[in-house]
Design a protein around this ligand. Structure first.
Ligand SMILES: [Mg+2]
Length: 379
């Protein structure tokens, strides 16, 4: 089955967050890293890169290359908060997100083709949403697997968007001209070794006789290199650790004031969360509502149900009740609904079984329609 995987990687993440928070850093070479002793550069702005500064370089060296640069130690909690915001958006775009680090992730878009006009357009929307909501810039690679998506996101940084074709000929045309060092896991040592075999590009590697490859690298690595040189990689996108909650939140461009608008937003969010829960095969016993007012005052309110659910209407009813009980005044900037406390061993519900079976069928149909026509169809 063809897969569609996004690799999303934020551009010069720490530096970009600093430049967002400190206008005086914008347009300037900014270098973040350990200032004491033998510190190394952890990130630098693109302005600093033009001086030859790059990450993992000793700070001393960076100071010599770019004496006029701004050198700071960095503010990790700030980056963590920005990362949280970015990952919220990732989760809004895909139910299957595998974080790779604080600022990059794989998003599995397989089966969502019907929700998007095209993966390319969807990636454009993702990039736009990241920019609008966080004022940060991301690069995206679109490919049939993780290996190719990761290469693709890096090719046109910053603000890159590269799509690798699905077919074998297209993959070869994309992959084979690239230097062999682009292959994930090919470090300096392997690269040197490959150079002695006159392998410079991925294409050279693909054409190397199998026996030569085995002799140099052993059976296992040879097989891996061979597969990668043909752009083959069937590792799944694996969300890390057990997911503790499934939710969705939305920041509004203008604060919501009318009751009808708030209820409509809750209804939409409940539908999104229900869909995600069903897709993950989960039912939540605890439903949490998050409300943020225009002045950033934030509340969360939860209710634990007697019977776990993943039905939109039940999620909506609970969220609406929680909202009314909270009764916030003033404009609402953000609303979020999440389900947690997943039911692992679902007990047999003796009462209401019939209605449940009917509802399961109903939501099966709803999800199939969403899959076919896009998530906005049922409104
Ligand atoms: Mg990055």
């Amino acid at each position: 089955m063809n897969r569609t995987i996004f690799h999303v990687d934020m551009d010069a993440f720490f530096a970009a967050v600093e430049q967002r928070e400190h206008p005086e850093y914008r347009g300037k070479p900014l270098i973040i890293g350990g200032l004491a002793g033998r510190g190394v550069v952890s990130t630098c702005s693109y302005e600093a890169r033009t001086y030859g500064v790059h990450s993992a370089m000793p700070m001393e060296r960076a100071q010599r290359l770019c004496p006029q640069g701004i050198f700071i130690e960095g503010n990790y909690p700030l980056y963590q908060a920005a990362s949280h915001d970015v990952f919220e958006i990732f989760h809004a775009f895909s139910p299957v997100v595998e974080p790779l680090s604080i600022d990059e992730a794989f998003l599995d878009m397989t089966g969502m083709e019907r929700l998007m006009t095209s993966p390319h357009d969807y990636a454009v929307r993702l990039k736009r949403e990241i920019r609008e909501k966080t004022q940060l810039v991301a690069s995206v690679g679109i490919a049939p697997n993780k290996f190719l998506a990761k290469i693709a996101s890096d090719l046109e940084k910053p603000d890159g968007l590269v799509e690798v074709p699905q077919d074998a000929a297209g993959i070869r045309a994309f992959l084979w001209p690239l230097p062999v060092s682009r292959i994930w896991g090919v470090g300096k040592k392997t690269e040197q070794h490959l150079l002695t075999l006159r392998v410079r590009t991925v294409g050279d590697l693909a054409k190397l006789p199998e026996a030569t490859l085995k002799k140099s690298f052993g059976e296992k690595t040879a097989a891996q290199l061979r597969a990668l040189s043909h752009g083959l990689d069937d590792r799944p996108v694996a969300p890390r650790g057990p997911q503790k909650s499934i939710g969705r939140e939305e920041t509004f461009t203008e604060d919501l004031r009318a009751q009808a608008d708030i209820e409509r937003a809750l209804h939409y969010l409940a539908g999104e969360v229900g869909w995600r829960l069903r897709k993950a095969g989960r039912k939540a016993r605890t439903i949490t509502l998050k409300v943020r007012r225009g002045d950033f005052h934030t509340w969360t309110r939860s209710r634990t149900l007697g019977r776990p659910t993943n039905f939109d209407d039940e999620l909506y009813a609970v969220a609406k009740q929680l909202y009314h009980d909270l009764h916030p005044t003033g404009g609402i900037r953000l609303l979020g609904i999440s389900g947690s406390n997943f039911d692992e061993s679902e007990e047999l519900a003796l009462f209401g079984e019939e209605t449940n079976a009917k509802k399961e069928r109903l939501y099966g149909v709803v999800d199939a329609l969403k899959q076919r026509f896009g998530r906005d169809i049922i409104k």
